[in-house]
Design a protein around this ligand. Structure first.
Ligand code: SRM
Ligand code: SF4
Length: 602
């Protein structure tokens, strides 16, 4: 239940700094940091390879994580400690995934000059670099700024990169208007602290501003967030009922665009989605967002601010495991939460419009934009842009970006849309890709196209198993099985993560594969492309080498028993995951006419 002794909305920002229960160490670090600056100015130039613990927490709000390559760790001489080569992951915000060719080129160049020679397109339409050393951090941030982007709030306890369907489909203007609204909200919820500018965009010797002076000059530095920002990360997305390519239901806050005859009537507001779980903490759970109410377009900023402020004031600041909005709603109850949001909003919320998600498009392939130009959705496997042997994706991208100068949009599926193309560019793009050993989207199997994996090893400190580096092998081994079953054209999502934090959103996929321990995975079934249903655990602790036959068994069951037009996820949901398991286990044991290797059972 909501605590009635809580402060009124207008003075809650200050009091949020003083929670009743013992604040977590991260809260203390934020509280003492003077709006996210802390001791970082001194630590940045102290000659050591890393930062202190409080600064490591603060740095996340500036878009960077202190990490190390876990494969190069060495035992110290006395064998007691492990020696780590510290480097930094840096995430750059790209609201709605919109970039220019120059910006993506610059990001690729920065990966070569200051990072590990690769870049990664994320599951939230942003860009990540890895392997940047402390001495290069400032230069990196300055280059991001020069590239007219920012890393501020790409990570941390703030509104993250706001997602929006990136398709440049200009036809009736609905997507353009929705994308503009998402941009407006991203600007509205951006932190206003000057710390970012003071730390990264000034000369360390003189303290003089070299690139930009920014942030609030008002006495009230952060009118939305207050001194301690939010209790936890906060994520927002905009989608259309006919196209949920951003997985709106997995976000803390979602705006589902309700439109008729080319006019946006308003937005259904969804709240409390989030997927990460901690298996050792039973109090954690994945959740899809709940339908909260309906607002006209002019109220989007105000309702978002109200939801953010309720989370600011009522979210858990002592236990970070249960600090996301989904737990605030769970603790308060949906009706109490809605009432509190209405209080902050200053008026009642209209009930949701009946419109709901009913379609999904990854925008891969060649499409007309509706303005006489074309866009090409290019599938980047697991978002990793690199050159390796004959596969020279990074070089191919450079050529496309330099020679054709398309617009660029990043998708929530770690892929790229090249936009504003002429019809003749289709062949040029295919030629460039082929010349660099890269397949066009049309040459990639449906199975691979709809798969995605998180970063995991070797950089992610939370990974317990491989993900990005092994999913391509699993897909390689599954492709012939899928073809044998005649399912090559069936679209279903296969999403893999190296731990239960769920960065590739496995818990609403048709098939979710989640790292449990080294080389072993839990398998989940029964979500679907639409992203509006959580899946269920099918099997636990499955060795990587058994995943292909286990999934093949499920697909065989699907092929044999599905109804006409039924998708894999819908089939598993209807039949029940338990019944699919029984069927598939019998098939694996050879008791269903044919054993897995195709021989007749006795
Ligand atoms: Fe994530 C933490 C990578 C999208 C849930 N995520 C991490 C960290 C920063 C690991 C860490 O804390 O040390 C990973 C960086 C690894 C590395 O070496 O690069 C990481 N998350 C990613 C990315 C890059 C995965 C990718 O392959 O694309 C995605 C970056 C998105 C972006 O541009 O902002 C990414 N993370 C997600 C998503 C999907 C989404 O938001 O649509 C989720 C599930 C949705 C959600 O938030 O619940 C997600 N990441 C988490 C969690 C669990 C949060 C929770 O509430 O339980 C963590 C761990 C944490 O926050 O404590 C985490
Ligand atoms: Fe790391 Fe786990 Fe996220 Fe994968 S799901 S990037 S292993 S935190």
């Amino acid at each position: 239940m909501a605590d009635s002794s809580r402060p009124a909305p207008e003075d809650a920002a200050d009091q949020a700094a003083l929670p009743a229960s013992k604040p977590s160490a991260v809260e203390l670090a934020k509280q003492a940091s003077n709006y996210l600056l802390g001791d970082m100015p001194q630590e940045l130039v102290d000659g050591s390879p890393g930062f202190s613990k409080p600064s490591v927490q603060l740095l996340k709000n500036h878009g960077t994580y202190q990490q190390d390559d876990r494969e190069t760790r060495k035992k110290s001489a006395d064998g007691k400690k492990s020696e780590r080569q510290i480097s930094f992951m840096i995430r750059t915000c790209v609201p709605g995934g919109k970039l220019t060719a120059e910006q993506l080129l610059a990001a690729i160049d920065m990966g070569d000059e200051l990072g590990n020679g690769t870049i990664r397109l994320t599951t939230r339409q942003a860009i990540q670099h890895h392997g940047v050393v402390k001495g290069d951090l400032k230069s990196f941030m300055q280059q991001v700024h020069a590239n007219q982007l920012t890393t501020l709030a790409a990570c941390g306890d703030v509104e993250r990169n706001i997602m929006c369907c990136p398709a440049p489909l200009h036809g009736d203007g609905v997507r353009d208007a929705m994308q503009a609204k998402a941009d407006e909200l991203a600007r509205h919820l951006a932190p206003r602290t000057r710390a970012y500018y003071e730390l990264w965009l000034t000369d360390p010797e003189t303290g003089e501003k070299t690139l930009a002076a920014g942030g609030s000059k008002d006495a009230e530095v952060e009118p939305i967030y207050g001194r301690t920002y939010l209790p936890r990360k906060f994520k927002t997305a905009f989608a259309l009922p006919e196209d949920n390519c951003v997985d709106i239901y997995t976000n803390d806050l979602g705006f589902l665009t309700v439109h008729e005859q080319g006019k946006i009537l308003g937005y259904n507001v969804l709240a409390g989605g989030g997927l990460g779980v901690t298996p050792s903490a039973a109090k954690t759970f994945p959740a899809l967002a709940k339908r909260l109410g309906f607002v006209p377009p002019e109220d989007v900023l105000a309702i978002a601010e109200a939801v953010v402020k309720v989370q600011r004031d009522f979210g858990n600041r002592s236990d970070r495991k249960v600090a996301r909005l989904k737990y605030t709603i769970h603790t308060m109850g949906l009706e109490t939460f809605r009432a509190k949001v209405e209080e902050y909003f200053g008026k009642p919320l209209a009930p949701c419009h009946p419109a709901d998600v009913h379609g999904f498009d990854d925008h891969i392939g060649w499409h007309e934009q509706g303005d006489g130009k074309y866009f090409y959705g290019f599938n980047v496997e697991n978002g990793r842009v690199h050159d390796s042997g004959d596969f020279r994706l990074k070089t191919a991208l450079r050529r496309i970006l330099r020679d054709i100068r398309p617009g660029v949009r990043l998708t929530a599926h770690q892929s790229i849309l090249f936009t504003d193309l002429a019809v003749t560019d289709r062949e040029r793009i295919a030629e460039i890709l082929h010349a660099h050993g890269v397949k066009t989207s049309e040459e990639v199997s449906t199975l691979r196209r709809w798969s995605m994996a998180c970063v995991a090893l070797p950089t992610c400190s939370l990974a317990v198993a491989e993900s990005e580096r092994v999913l391509p092998d699993l897909i390689d081994s599954l492709e012939p099985e899928v073809a044998k079953l005649g399912l090559s054209h069936d679209a279903f999502t296969v999403r893999m993560t190296g731990c239960p934090n769920a960065c590739a959103r496995p818990y609403n996929a048709d098939i979710g594969i989640v790292g449990r321990t080294a080389g072993k995975y839990s398998v989940f079934l029964g979500g679907r492309l639409l992203g509006d249903r959580l899946n269920e655990q099918y099997k636990d602790v499955v060795p990587f080498e058994d995943l292909c036959r286990e999934i093949t068994a499920v697909l065989t069951c699907y092929k044999t028993e599905r109804r006409s037009g039924e998708t894999l996820g819908d089939f598993c949901h209807r039949k029940s995951v338990a019944a699919v398991r029984t069927w598939a286990d019998e098939w694996l044991a050879g008791a269903r006419g044919h054993s897995p290797n195709g021989t007749q059972a006795h």
